[in-house]
Design a protein around this ligand. Structure first.
Ligand code: NAD
Length: 483
């Protein structure tokens, strides 16, 4: 089967890599390569950054009014809504997420372009009330410059949009480095960026392996900021590279989120929330509720109900509407998940469900892992401390509220947490005691363009979403005029 070819966009032109090299991307459902993309090197990173720098400093973009920047963003949102099904199918082919979930995400993504498009002309400075009649002093909010957006493979377009929309609304220009495993939808988005009418060079792409282009992107002198989503080890490398040039960063990193079920919870809701918290996207979400903390008195019942529920999950082709659990996005990630299952066994966790690859022959070519549940997990075990990024749930019993808080916070991470209770006082009291950037009570996985999102502790630096996210792409200038 001939491979489809995708190209980058630099300075408004479709281009291959100066290296002349290509790499392939595979469909996780059948393990077959289906597309090839430019395997970029430092010289391609340089060209993309120079294009973004030129577009930031001269030409139509810096002269464009904030109102017109907003209009371009809103038009881009409309185009994404128009092409939602096509983009969703492309992402499924690359990352194996369920088509139904992907279409849902793609219908949601335009909200980000509309919201930040609406904020573009509400970026205001102020006049300072100095006690000096000869001085007129005011502040201005200005864009940072060239922003490098580096994205992971689990939700390529959504996680890109969280950066791209506020960065452009603020007047910056952008170079995107998508994950080498899932670049195709980002390159398809570039057709819509052009159709929306963004000037050449405002948005550019560089595909390839992180280690081959990442340092050149993060260290370049014309880059003002790196907006990164990915694993914490890569995040640390990006942070170090950006530090060399004193660049701004936002880092959206990993998680090991506690989902806490109290005995007074509505257990029907809690079980459903726990299932979607860990098995949606086959557990490949940064907010996965991978540690299920269950109060001892309902521990047996909740464990049994979870196993009964998850045992019914239908694995299959992610394009099929009946499929509930799709494959793991990459083969190395599948091997990593399976190795964590072995670690959990060797540490003495009790495997209650799954624990390997499914046996069905029609799934043999795909990178599947069975929905897996471990019981009687201790929070000190590696399975409870390290991010697995797969459909593997660890159930940890607790005695009372203080004990639950102690376990929940005993983690290097602090991205998200869930609490299931019918006690209103507890629902109000407990979020204050949990060290995480997002706390859900009697729900899980809700996100909105209006709600700031980001990590405490090792889960990251900075916030995406909400009005304040635009501040992450702006800097303030004070102007003093001696009258
Ligand atoms: P990853 O860290 O392996 O890769 C992320 C990106 O970084 C890719 O584009 C990769 O090519 C690039 N990269 C690799 N080395 C680089 C380098 N030296 N310099 C610059 N860039 C480099 O992450 P992944 O495996 O693609 O994604 C999974 C991880 O992402 C998980 O840890 C998950 O928790 C995290 N994640 C976090 C959030 C969040 O919002 N907090 C959301 C989704 C995923």
């Amino acid at each position: 089967m001939a491979l489809e070819r995708f190209r980058n966009t630099v300075a408004g032109r479709a281009c291959e890599s100066a290296t002349g090299r290509w790499f392939t991307t595979a469909n996780p459902f059948d393990g077959r390569d289906w597309a090839e993309l430019p395997r970029c090197g430092p010289e391609d990173a340089e060209a993309a950054i120079e294009a973004a720098h030129a577009a930031f400093t001269k030409g139509p973009w810096p002269a464009l009014s904030a109102t017109n920047r907003g209009k371009l963003l809103r038009r881009l949102g409309d185009l994404v809504a128009r092409d939602a099904e096509t983009l969703a199918a492309l992402e499924v082919r690359d990352n194996g997420k369920l088509y139904a979930e992907m279409v849902g995400q793609l219908r949601y993504i335009p909200e980000w372009f509309h919201y930040y498009g609406g904020l573009a002309d509400k970026i205001e400075g102020g006049v300072l009330p100095l006690d000096k009649p000869d001085l007129f002093t005011y502040t201005k909010r200005e864009p940072l410059g060239v922003i490098v957006c580096i994205t992971p493979w689990n939700s390529p377009l959504m996680l890109l949009t969280w950066k791209l929309a506020p960065a452009l609304a603020a007047g910056n220009t952008v170079v995107i480095k998508p994950s080498e495993f899932t670049s195709c939808s980002t390159l398809a988005l570039m057709d819509l960026v052009r159709e929306a009418g963004f000037p050449d060079g405002v948005v550019n792409t560089v595909t390839g392996y992180g280690a081959e282009v990442g340092p050149a992107l993060c260290e370049h002198r014309h880059v003002a900021k790196v907006a990164f989503t990915g694993g914490d080890a890569t995040g640390a490398a990006v942070y170090a590279a950006a530090a060399k040039g004193i660049k701004h960063v936002t880092l959206e990193l990993g998680g090991k989120s506690p989902n806490i079920v109290f005995a007074d919870a509505n257990l029907d809701h809690a079980v459903k929330g726990a299932i979607s918290g860990i098995f949606a996207a086959s557990g490949q979400t940064c907010i996965a509720g991978s540690r299920l903390l269950v109060q001892r008195s309902v521990y047996e019942e909740v464990s049994r109900r979870l196993v009964d529920f998850a045992a019914q999950a239908k694995l299959g082709n992610p394009m099929d509407a009946a499929t509930q659990v799709g494959p793991i996005t990459t083969q190395p990630q599948r091997e990593k998940v399976l190795s964590y299952i072995e670690v959990a066994r060797s540490e003495g966790a009790r495997c209650l469900l799954g624990g390997g690859r499914p046996e069905a022959p029609e799934l043999a070519q795909g990178w599947f892992v069975q929905p897996t549940i471990f019981g009687e997990v201790s929070n000190a075990m590696r399975i409870a401390q390290e991010e697995v990024f797969g459909p593997v749930l660890s159930i940890i019993p607790f005695e009372d509220e203080d004990h639950a808080v102690e376990i929940a916070n005993d983690s290097l991470y602090g991205l998200a947490a869930g609490i299931w209770t019918t006690d209103l006082r507890r629902a109000l009291r407990l979020p204050d005691r949990i060290r995480a950037g997002t706390v859900w009570v009697n729900t899980y996985r809700a996100v909105s363009v209006m709600a700031p999102f980001g990590g405490y502790k090792r889960s990251g630096i900075g916030r995406e979403n909400g009005q304040s996210a635009i501040d992450e792409y702006l800097q303030t200038k004070s102007v003093w005029i001696n009258l």
